[in-house]
Design a protein around this ligand. Structure first.
Ligand code: ADP
Ligand code: F6P
Length: 540
């Protein structure tokens, strides 16, 4: 019997499967080059997967080209795992990636059904491309491996992998929210998706809220599936199979972010940013340019702040960095125009000699530059309308090594409930509330800032990406082990025992509202002091 302390304890390789690889091949006139993919999934998994051999199967972000393989080989040499690409044709990119994944599932799962384009051709393409990914796994997996499929692009792969003869334990993690039944049931292809998901051994969600939405959808839309209570997670019995349904909130590589943020070059760069910006308070927004991130709403809140609190003019500056994303999709094109119009309107209304209220950057920042901005900022403003987790909120905290930044975070991000005891929690649709939070953050006494940030950094450090990987894989092994133990308890590589303390404390520190089996451990009092008030379930 083996308990997983690090991912290295697992026998066999881990085969991660996601639409996007952690690297992106970008074509240019002279050939092609490799860039780091943006997006939470790629950033987190690439950082957390350090000590275990394996394979990462995914798309390199470009249409087929002969340049890919040598570049991927080179990128694999600096990693413990091999990158294997699944190539997508122009038609796949348009109908599977832009179409089904990002014009149907993305808006629907973020509770924005009016943005969906339910084109039936997209569904055909989604099925075809999921089979393509399943085939790549079938060609790669050997008997001792584990397959871990990520995100909404690949919800049909379990069924296709089983049909292709893959017999190893398989887990699926959804990085984005799962909607309530009233929204999910609008999807014309809801039943095949639910059924295919139940071919996995474990399905993981970011929060208990997403998990309970999924269970409600099963109960309401697939009555043949039986949900059975289990510890720590429920199981679903369907067509002779059992699937564990768990909660595994994702984290970041805290130590690595904090270590890099402390480097003298980053400190110097961050000081330079501050020197060049006028004003006392620098507010920072960093996002993919996506309508779920609430960027226009954030700009309107900032404009309201400048209108309602004229004493802040000349003293507070918003730096908004957006990385271009999904630019072929009409909703994203409109969003860019809307954001750029708002930025110019605000700057037109308020700019004074020596002070520009909004600094707007439309590009991907390198890691060093990103860290310098995180360090330079006084306020991290993270206000998505809906978000599975939001790693920017956690990265901002990790980079705040001098503990003087304030985090303002949306209650509708997965990170909101988890970080609520140290952050200022806001409703991003309430512009007055966000403006008030910005005003409070700008005036917050240094002791309170420090106490809050200390608490936030403890939470982010404890719930890091390594723990997320460990707890998910432990659940997959445990699920497979309980099946294998019926056959051959001693000989099976999967006959493992679940360590309850490591199982999934997940949101244990603070998210009492989300999780009934945990209690908060720390709270900030009215005097802004940090107090220990209890223990997480399963802790000594
Ligand atoms: P999502 O996965 O929806 O994009 P997350 O906040 O979870 O949202 O993750 C975003 C990731 O992309 C973070 O790791 C962040 O550092 C990175 N990122 C976002 N914007 C930029 C940018 N302009 N330049 C570089 N990296 C960015
Ligand atoms: O973290 C959520 C996520 O949806 C990933 O699945 C996705 O790769 C990422 O955001 C960025 O989106 P895209 O791959 O479309 O650029």
């Amino acid at each position: 019997m083996t308990d997983i302390r690090t991912i290295a304890d697992i026998k066999g390789r881990v085969i991660n499967v996601s639409n996007r690889l952690p690297v992106l091949i970008r074509k240019h006139a002279g050939g092609a080059r490799v860039e780091r993919s943006s997006g939470g999934l790629a950033t987190a998994l690439d950082a957390g997967w350090r000590d275990r051999a394996g394979v990462w199967i995914g798309w390199a972000g470009t249409s087929p080209t002969q340049h890919i393989e040598p570049l991927l080989l080179k990128a694999s040499q600096t990693r413990p795992y091999t990158l294997r690409s699944v190539s997508l044709t122009e038609d796949d990119i348009a109908k599977f990636y832009s179409g089904f994944a990002n014009e149907i599932i993305w808006p629907l799962f973020h509770d924005m059904p009016s943005r969906c384009n339910f084109d039936p051709e997209y569904w055909e393409s989604y099925q075809r491309v999921n089979r393509k990914f399943a085939k790549a796994v079938a060609e790669t997996a050997t008997a001792d491996d584990f397959v871990w499929v990520h995100d909404y692009h690949l919800m049909l792969t379990a069924d296709a992998m089983r049909q292709a003869g893959v017999r190893v334990p398989m887990g699926f993690f959804l990085h984005i929210p799962f909607p309530g039944q009233d929204v999910f049931e609008k999807l014309p292809w809801k039943k095949p998706i639910l059924k295919s998901l139940l071919e996995f051994d474990v399905i993981g969600f970011q929060s208990d809220h997403d998990r309970s939405n999924f269970v409600s959808c099963l109960q309401g839309l697939l009555p043949e599936a039986f949900v059975e209570p289990g510890t720590p997670y429920p199981q679903v019995r369907f067509q002779g199979r059992h699937t564990v349904i768990g909660t595994f909130p994702i984290g970041i590589d805290f130590e690595e972010f904090a270590r890099q943020a402390a480097q003298p070059e980053i400190e110097a760069h961050s000081a330079e940013i501050r020197r060049r910006l006028s004003g006392d308070t620098m507010v920072l927004g960093v996002d993919r340019l996506d309508y779920t991130k609430g960027i226009p709403e954030r700009l309107k809140s900032f404009r309201l702040l400048l209108r309602r609190f004229p004493e802040q003019r000349g003293h507070i500056t918003l730096v908004q960095v957006v990385v271009p994303s999904r630019e072929e999709i009409p909703n994203y094109k409109h969003l860019r125009r809307e954001v750029e119009l708002l930025v110019s309107q605000i700057n037109g209304e308020f700019t004074e000699p020596g002070w520009v209220p909004v600094h707007y950057m439309h590009r991907n920042l390198g890691r060093e530059e990103l860290l310098a901005y995180y360090r330079a900022a006084d306020v991290g403003l993270v206000t998505p309308l809906k978000d599975g987790m939001n790693l920017v909120a956690k990265e901002f905290c990790a980079a705040q090594i001098d503990e003087r930044g304030v985090l303002i975070v949306s209650e509708f991000a997965g990170a909101g409930p988890e970080l609520r005891s140290g952050a200022i929690l806001v409703n991003p649709n309430d512009f007055a509330e966000v403006a008030q939070a910005l005003h409070a953050a700008a005036l917050m006494p240094i002791d309170e800032k420090r106490n809050r940030m200390r608490l936030l950094r403890e939470i982010v450090k404890e719930h890091n990406v390594q723990r997320w990987i460990r707890s998910f894989l432990q659940a997959v092994l445990d699920a497979a082990g309980s099946k294998a133990s019926d056959r051959d308890d001693a000989g099976s590589p999967y006959a493992l025992k679940l360590r309850r303390d490591e199982a999934m404390p997940g949101v244990a520190l603070v998210a009492t509202a989300l999780s009934s089996h945990v209690q908060p451990r720390y709270q900030i009092g009215r005097d802004a002091k940090l107090r220990a008030i209890g223990r997480a379930a399963g802790e000594d």
